[in-house]
Design a protein around this ligand. Structure first.
Ligand code: HEC
Length: 146
């Protein structure tokens, strides 16, 4: 008798547990991962400004002496013109090491959608008012190897 009650109630508990877990996951994911913003500038201010600076000048609150690699000034003609659009996208999606930069620049693959990355790339190009410049890139490469 007791055994049959147990048999009936066990699947119900697991169903309740699964539903509860699913619900928690749903709540958690919608609160922490949903993009709070949808323009490039808003995304930038939310995800990037703490290191790269609210004015994209590399002076974010996290850019202290304790940060092993300092973010550069995005508005400087030395920073973004040396990267192609593809490299900028790669850097955002896969992080610094994907383009031989510091691991301090994190990968955003798990957090940002392709559309959001594209909005950010466009926003960064706006902050520097620049395009890829092969000459600047060659110069930066030469400076690196000296
Ligand atoms: C934890 C701090 C941190 C955060 C947050 C961060 N970055 Fe970076 N990022 C860096 C650092 C440091 C570098 C420079 C790496 C180097 O020069 O080796 C960098 C480099 C870059 C570069 C390559 C250009 C350059 O400076 O040489 C791009 C593009 C970039 N970040 C975009 C972004 C975007 C877009 C976001 C937000 C989605 C973001 N970063 C968030 C730290 C950060």
């Amino acid at each position: 008798m007791e055994e049959s009650i147990l048999k009936v109630s066990t699947p119900n508990y697991s169903l309740i547990c699964s539903l509860a877990l699913f619900f928690c996951f749903y709540l958690f994911s919608s609160v922490s991962f949903a993009a709070p913003a949808n323009t490039g500038e808003e995304l930038y201010q939310y995800y990037c400004a703490q290191c790269h600076g609210v004015k994209a000048d590399g002076k974010g609150v996290n850019a202290t002496e304790d940060l092993p690699t300092a973010p550069k000034d995005f508005t400087s003609p030395k920073t973004l013109p040396v990267f192609t659009d593809e490299q900028i996208v790669k850097t955002i999606v896969h992080g610094g090491p994907a383009v031989q930069l510091s691991f301090i620049m994190p990968s955003w693959a798990e957090i940002l959608s392709d559309d959001e990355v594209e909005l950010l790339r466009a926003y960064l190009r706006k902050t520097c008012n620049c395009k890829y410049d092969p000459e600047a890139a060659a110069k930066a490469e030469a400076e690196k190897s000296t």
